[in-house]
Ligand binder design. Structure first.
Ligand SMILES: Cc1cc2nc3c(=O)[nH]c(=O)nc-3n(C[C@H](O)[C@H](O)[C@H](O)COP(=O)(O)OP(=O)(O)OC[C@H]3O[C@@H](n4cnc5c(N)ncnc54)[C@H](O)[C@@H]3O)c2cc1C
Length: 452
């Protein structure tokens, strides 16, 4: 029986599900899988994207962990593809590679003033509050009035973390530096802007409802945003999700406000035109145009310009993938060009032995569960493409750890991750009051604990 030596790059849900599905797949060959991850810890955006106050979603880690612990997969953490290991290395030691490198950068937003001081990408802020090792430990939280541009779940996560009182986050796994940063924040008003109406948002109902449950934060919505056009009425009637969102928003319209020390304002039909400078290069206001429905599900400008003073701004308009050495990249969509997971060259021809899955394959949309169906599609090709696999010169399992060691790469393994995991759980348990986990943030400390 042949053996498939498979390298997977990226230990987020897409990479881990791909490994799991391959192990369980009906196939006529053995498999051995090595999972390479640039961070010392696995789980990608489940650990470093999903908000800390979403413990149920973070709980998906338990299922992912079972896959890693199944005994068939080797984990090489703190190994960056393109730096510590190259495509030539992979070709020498494996039959094929799946790239599952996701997306961590912010998509850009073309609005004048977006580069002013005090204007941030949501992805960077998320990385900070989720304790990503590669971002600075401190975050400038000096603004009283903050704008968040975007009407998707990441915009809600960012707005919620900004508006929530730090003490209400203490039950979560937030690192100490994050708690301290948020605790000192003078924020009183968070303004969320969406170009379209309440029936066209991309939030999910659960995430939206959660905003209204924050302690000492008023939800502010404007009656003028609820004069619904026919397209919006039809959407509310035909789509359960939109129906619930509309219901939640309308409940907030009825709520008494004025007692809370913080407010979260939802501005619909508001198209950002410019981020206004204070004259010294800092964010001072957001100028936006009021829009109205165009009867075709979109919006048009009304010419009415408004301005709200702010001292910080976050754009939450999507994530974007990063190119990988030696692998084609679609600069426009931020993905690896592919046909159902088979990576394509510049002439749209399938490149043998190279596959993609997850956000780097499909773009940064969709929930964790979607990466499973993604992986299934990619694997169906990998399993059938046996004739196109690479023929590695040295497929021995010892070769790769030896190679990494010879390059001085301080890689972490599964046992190391267990040590770090236990360490974080113990830190949480010994806190007063006890918490489920406290994350270790500095990369060197993560590596030191993992390799002890
Ligand atoms: C802020 C935020 C909140 C979210 N909240 C939810 C939620 O509540 N519920 C939900 O279902 N979904 C949520 N999602 C979506 C979910 O996180 C994604 O669907 C999922 O993580 C995508 O999986 P992935 O494996 O493709 O990418 P990722 O999770 O990004 O994993 C990619 C991995 O590849 C690694 N990598 C990248 N480049 C290299 C390299 N060169 N070498 C080695 N390794 C590399 C990265 O470090 C990372 O670990 C959220 C997303 C974001 C951004």
């Amino acid at each position: 029986m042949t053996k498939l030596r498979l390298a997977i790059v990226g230990a987020g849900p897409a990479g881990i599900y791909a490994a799991d599905l391959l192990v369980k797949a009906e196939r006529h060959f053995d498999v051995s899988i090595d999972l390479f991850e640039q961070l010392p810890a696995p789980y990608g955006l489940v650990r470093y994207g999903v908000a800390p106050d979403h413990p149920r979603i973070k709980g998906i880690i338990t299922a992912l962990r079972e896959v890693l612990d199944s005994g068939v997969i080797r984990f090489f953490g703190n190994v960056r593809y393109g730096v510590d290991i190259t495509l030539d290395d992979l070709k020498k030691h494996y039959n094929a590679v799946i790239f599952a490198t996701g997306a961590i950068r912010d998509a850009s937003l073309n609005v004048p003033g977006i580069d002013l001081e005090g204007s941030y990408g949501a992805a960077d802020f998320v990385s900070w509050f989720d304790g990503h090792p590669d971002v600075p430990r401190t975050w400038p939280l000096e603004a009283q009035s903050v704008a968040v541009i975007g009407n998707g779940n990441v915009a809600l996560d960012v707005s919620r973390i900004l508006a929530k009182h730090a003490d209400d986050l203490l039950v979560t796994e937030i690192p100490a530096n994050v708690y301290e940063g948020l605790k000192a924040s003078p924020v009183t008003d968070v303004h969320v802007f969406g170009r379209r109406g309440p029936a066209q948002v991309k939030f999910t109902p659960l995430e939206l409802r959660e905003l209204g449950e924050m302690n000492d934060v008023d939800m502010i919505v404007a009656d003028e945003d609820f004069e619904l056009d026919d397209a919006s009425k039809a959407a509310i009637e035909s789509n359960k999700q939109v129906f619930v969102i509309n219901k939640v928003l309308n409940q907030w319209r009825e709520r008494p406000v004025g007692q809370a020390s913080r407010r979260l304002h939802l501005h619909f039909y508001a198209k950002p035109l410019e981020i206004v400078s204070d004259g010294a290069g800092r964010v001072a206001a957001i100028r936006y145009e009021r829009t109205k429905p165009d009867a075709a599900g979109g919006v048009v400008g009304t010419g009415e310009i408004r301005e709200i003073p702010i001292q910080a701004l976050y754009r939450a308009v999507g994530y974007f993938g990063s190119p990988l050495d030696g692998i084609p990249f679609d600069d426009h969509h931020g993905v690896i060009p592919n046909h159902e997971g088979q990576v394509l060259d510049d002439h749209n021809e399938v490149i043998p032995g190279v596959y993609a899955t997850g956000w780097i394959k499909r773009g940064p949309v969709g929930l964790i569960g979607h990466t499973k169906s993604d992986a299934m599609e990619t694997l169906s090709h990998l399993v059938r493409d046996q004739a196109n696999w690479w023929s590695p010169a040295d497929p021995s399992e010892e070769a790769v750890p030896a190679l990494l060691a010879s390059r001085g790469v301080a890689y972490t393994d599964l046992e190391g991750w267990h040590k770090l995991d236990q360490h974080e759980l113990a830190l949480g348990a010994s806190d007063t009051p006890p918490r489920l986990r406290i994350k270790v943030v500095p990369r060197e400390e993560m590596i030191e604990i993992s390799r002890a």
